[in-house]
Write a protein of this length. Structure first.
Length: 429
């Protein structure tokens, strides 16, 4: 049984019909998405969208900012970079959420940002932008061929879920690390989460964590002082230049990070939550975003795994069909952050990073539980799933391609060697 078949077998609620087409899958349509959006905007969806935005606009943004400054990029170039990845990432969220009525959330590749920052010392920034464009074209071509859809349909469901569990477990352990580093603030956040989850189930526990953690941070003086010299800078177009070495060292690995890490995680968490993700469309729009963002110096704009996980979780509300509103909220916040990049970065930088890590981890609890359960609930592909889990948890990076991709490769190869009978049974069913 394929990933999509097993996902449908365990479906608990009706979801919008998605019909395959040549390049993109059909969805509910923008008219339906816009019409139903207001009734799904509530404390759960707005809270989840806000948490996802806080997560995406703090630590990940600082990777770009600190890396750019360390390599001598001007504030104008860095602000344009931020504009490219957040504005187009936000637009991806809005387009995908409204058309498919699913919490398919856009952002950019965080491991890709680390890869890019590490390579800034080796190449001119114009050459890096040329490599970013090449990565976007690669992703778009792969999406247009329909290859992603075929691979996603063939992959064994338990192995995909094990990869998701291993890739996202760091958010869970991050809560522990944050609690050790900042016990009062994170302890208050956890207490707020538990109290709200126990006594006011209509409100997501992570909202209680945010409020309690922020109050504790204010009382203990854990907020970083806000810089007084805030200034708004306009984004600038960046002219690319194309260098073969930069494309091979940065562009090709970045393309595989977008597909093998970000898109794969997002597709997996959506299936965990019993959605039918439009595999091809997610790749195509990631390619389009990967071409548009570099116009302003952004390394890519694509479907993002962690933000999709937060917006699709139970913290975004009990009504699964309404969680796309969380992605819409996140998209608006991301776009605003990108437009006011120079000011917004300074503001979100006041939040204690430990609180941000704790909020992200608490929001992932439901996704992690379901991912582990889906990985080992059935007596199929168990060894492959375990291998995928271990590789994803290791965080290993080979050839600049991160662990989620290698987790899928390792898990599938293991099952092909040791669990061939499971593939045979799936084909017969």
């Amino acid at each position: 049984m394929s990933v999509s078949e097993q996902q449908q077998e365990h479906e608990q609620e009706p979801t919008p019909t998605v019909v395959d087409r040549r390049f993109v899958e059909a969805g509910s349509g923008f008219a339906a998405g816009v019409r139903d959006l207001p009734k799904h905007l509530n404390i759960s969806t707005v809270g989840a969208g806000l948490i996802a935005a806080i997560f995406g606009c703090t630590g990940p943004a600082l990777i770009v900012i600190n890396g750019g400054q360390a390599n001598g990029l001007s504030d104008v170039v860095i602000s344009s970079w931020i504009f490219g990845i957040y504005v187009f990432g936000g637009l991806i969220s809005f387009v995908m959420a409204l058309y498919y009525k699913q919490p398919i959330t856009g952002a950019y590749s965080i491991p890709g940002a680390v890869l890019v920052v590490a390579a800034l010392a080796e190449y001119e920034f114009s050459q890096m932008v040329g490599a970013f464009l090449a990565a976007g074209v690669i992703v778009l071509v792969i999406g247009l061929t329909g290859l992603v859809r075929k691979v996603a349909t063939w992959l064994p469901f338990p192995i995909v879920m094990a990869m998701i569990a291993g890739a996202l477990i760091r958010f869970g352990t991050g809560v522990v690390d944050a609690a050790v580093a900042l016990p009062v603030v994170v302890g208050a956040a956890i207490a707020g989460y538990l109290m709200l989850s126990r006594f006011i189930k209509a409100v997501p526990g992570v909202v209680g964590a945010l409020v309690a953690g922020a109050i504790a941070a204010a009382v203990t003086g854990s907020f970083t002082p806000l810089e007084s010299n805030l200034a708004l800078t306009a984004p600038e177009l960046v002219m690319p230049s194309f260098d073969v070495s930069a494309i091979l060292a940065v562009g090709v690995p970045l393309a595989f990070l977008v597909i093998g890490a970000e898109n794969a995680q997002a597709m997996g968490v959506l299936m965990v939550e019993r959605y039918r993700p439009p595999f091809n469309s997610m790749t195509v729009i990631s390619g389009v975003g990967g071409i548009l963002a570099p116009l302003f110096g952004g390394h890519n704009a694509n479907i993002a795994g962690p933000m999709t996980a937060i917006c699709s979780s139970e913290q975004a509300g009990a009504n699964k069909d309404g969680r796309y509103a969380a992605t819409a909220v996140n998209g608006v916040l991301f776009a605003v952050f990108g437009i006011f990049a120079s000011v917004a970065v300074a503001i979100v930088g006041t939040l204690p990073p430990e609180l941000t890590a704790a909020l992200a981890g608490l929001a992932m609890i439901g996704v992690l539980l379901q991912a582990f359960q889906s990985s080992f609930r059935e007596r199929r592909f168990q060894v492959g799933a375990l291998v995928a889990l271990v590789i994803a948890m290791s965080g290993v990076s080979i050839l600049h391609i991160s662990a989620p991709f290698w987790a899928l490769v390792g898990g599938v190869l293991t099952s092909l060697v040791l669990e061939q009978k499971d593939f045979s049974r799936r084909e017969e069913s």
